[in-house]
Write a protein that binds this ligand. Structure first.
Ligand code: NAD
Length: 485
């Protein structure tokens, strides 16, 4: 059995922004699935809190619709939804006003675990923290959960951190990066630190380079206006790709606990070199026929300099990684939707098979999506007569195959992370200093291209990105891995 369900203590979870898109698509269906799995015990309550005027019944109808649409095909026993709905409540509240706060305080009066999920614009974080404090809900049992984007630069991240720190200790703040809740991402740590096989080789002596790719096939769609203020660097690299890089590059923590893991991640971020202009490529997608418009059309601004694609060569200045670059790329409207990390080992120091056997190297690929799993490329003899010809074959471990039907029970990122909040386990959440360090690294690059007014390169929709990104690798005698599902 893969997913053993350990019920959590009774809790009150208040979702500020309970009627919003994130609550509808992710948070509410995730809670329902945990309920189905038997993890939500007894009298736990989920209280939607938002500006709009709804009765509890209307909010329950909203929850029902969200689950029907986004439940992901989870099968629950008959009557489970009705039973789940009895745990749902609603309060109309204004983060910036006085309405609804006394009512909310009354609802969560009972002494038990209390979590407040700030699923609203970050500009409201400070006001929410303040109101919770004013109405006596910011005690030591309280936890708050905040969503990305956590700032748009170091200065704004510091303001957000300071606003929360006025009333909450760092141990009460859960900054979500949903990548950290993904099963395969956690498996990165299990693979690295649960096996003897990899760790001795996990350094610049044996690893030539590492590639991190997160590619999407969709464009910015209806989010054009929002996205254009951010771009791939702020939206993806500073948070998600950075977290992946940290987990691959960090030193073994002494324990799998929040302080130890996050201390090690922070050391990685602080050891990152600034990325020079020449090691960075930004791009914008072109139109693909009349149906799929270009990035500039999608955002409705023909002079936009924001990137929908970014590739970069990142160096980590420490003993383990000096000399082993990390190549990262992410973008929209690319050839396939995939997220993977490829650890490319060095060639053997000497080939006993002679030059005609070709160049071979081991590549460990960790696939985050789709087909979560790992693959290790190994070199073997090509079968048959005719001498010693070598061929690379994959040792494939697709989790769905390896774990069988149990793999389907694996909770999704939001399920895991919300339950971790209730358990009080911060290991998979970003600490304030981590977020600030990541911005401190990203800011000079962003300021650089903004000050210079750099125009992103263009790339064909459905391609692997701009030509210049290929050159980033070619000039080092390396190649990007194919983007494929
Ligand atoms: P949304 O616009 O769909 O919903 C916003 C919610 O906030 C609504 O319930 C609204 O009633 C409530 N709200 C707005 N002003 C309020 C106020 N003054 N007082 C009380 N409630 C108020 O937004 P969303 O897409 O659900 O996003 C919420 C947060 O999550 C944002 O910070 C967003 O960046 C982040 N986020 C969203 C997604 C996503 O997929 N939607 C993904 C990652 C992060």
């Amino acid at each position: 059995m893969v997913s053993r369900v350990i019920p959590v203590d009774e809790f009150d979870l208040v979702i500020f922004g309970g009627t919003g898109d994130l609550a509808r698509r992710k948070i509410l269906p995730a809670l329902f699935r945990r309920f189905c799995a038997g993890q939500m015990e007894g009298k736990s309550r989920i209280i939607g809190a938002a500006r709009s005027d709804h009765s509890t019944q209307e909010f329950r109808d909203f929850v029902t619709e969200s689950i029907r649409e986004f439940n992901g095909g989870t099968h629950c026993e008959d009557g489970t939804l009705e039973s789940f709905l009895t745990h749902i409540d609603y309060v109309q509240i204004d983060a910036l006003g006085t309405d609804g706060w006394a009512e909310l305080a009354e609802k969560v009066e009972e002494k038990r675990i209390r979590a407040f999920y700030f699923s609203v614009a970050p500009s409201l974080f400070g006001a929410l923290a303040e109101r919770l404090h004013e109405h006596g809900m910011a005690d030591s049992d309280t936890r708050i959960v905040v969503e990305k984007p956590f700032g748009r630069d170091l200065a704004s991240a510091k303001v957000l951190n300071a606003g929360l720190a006025q009333h909450f200790d760092e141990s009460q703040i859960y900054r979500i990066d949903h990548y950290l809740g993904k099963e395969t991402v956690q498996n990165l740590m299990a693979v690295r630190f649960g096996n003897m096989l990899f760790e001795p080789l996990w350094n610049s002596q044996y690893i030539d380079h590492i590639q991190i790719t997160v590619s999407e096939t969709v464009g910015v769609g209806g989010r054009g206006e929002y996205y254009d203020k951010s771009g791939a660097m702020r939206d993806m690299v500073q948070n998600h790709l950075m977290q992946l890089l940290c987990l691959i590059a960090m030193e073994p923590p002494a324990k799998f606990d929040p302080a130890a893991v996050r201390d090690e991640k922070l050391k990685v971020i602080r050891a990152l070199d600034p990325v020079p202009q020449d090691d960075l490529v930004r791009g914008q997608y072109l139109a693909d026929g009349p149906e799929k418009e270009s990035y500039l059309q999608d955002v409705g601004d023909t002079s936009s300099l924001t990137e929908s694609y970014i590739a970069m060569k990142v160096k980590i200045s420490n003993w383990r990684w000096a000399g082993t670059p990390f190549y990262m790329r992410t973008g929209k409207r690319l050839k396939a939707r995939t997220s993977e990390i490829a650890v490319v080992f060095k060639e053997t120091p000497h080939s006993i098979f002679g030059p005609e056997s070709g160049n071979h190297r081991n590549i460990l690929t960790i696939r985050l999506q789709p087909n979560e799993g790992m693959e290790l490329g190994v070199t073997i003899k090509e079968p048959g007569p005719g001498g010693m010809r070598l061929v690379d074959v994959p040792l494939d471990m697709t989790f769905a195959d390896a774990l069988g039907p149990d793999a389907e029970d694996v909770p999704d990122a939001y399920e895991r992370l919300i339950m971790d909040v209730i358990r009080g386990n911060q290991t998979l959440f970003m600490r304030g200093d981590e977020v600030e360090a990541a911005w401190a690294w990203a800011d000079p690059m962003i300021e650089g291209w903004e000050d210079r007014g750099d125009k992103p390169k263009t790339y064909e929709s459905g391609s692997t990105g701009p030509e210049e990104a290929l050159m980033l690798m070619h000039r080092d005698g390396r190649r990007w891995r194919e983007i494929r599902t």
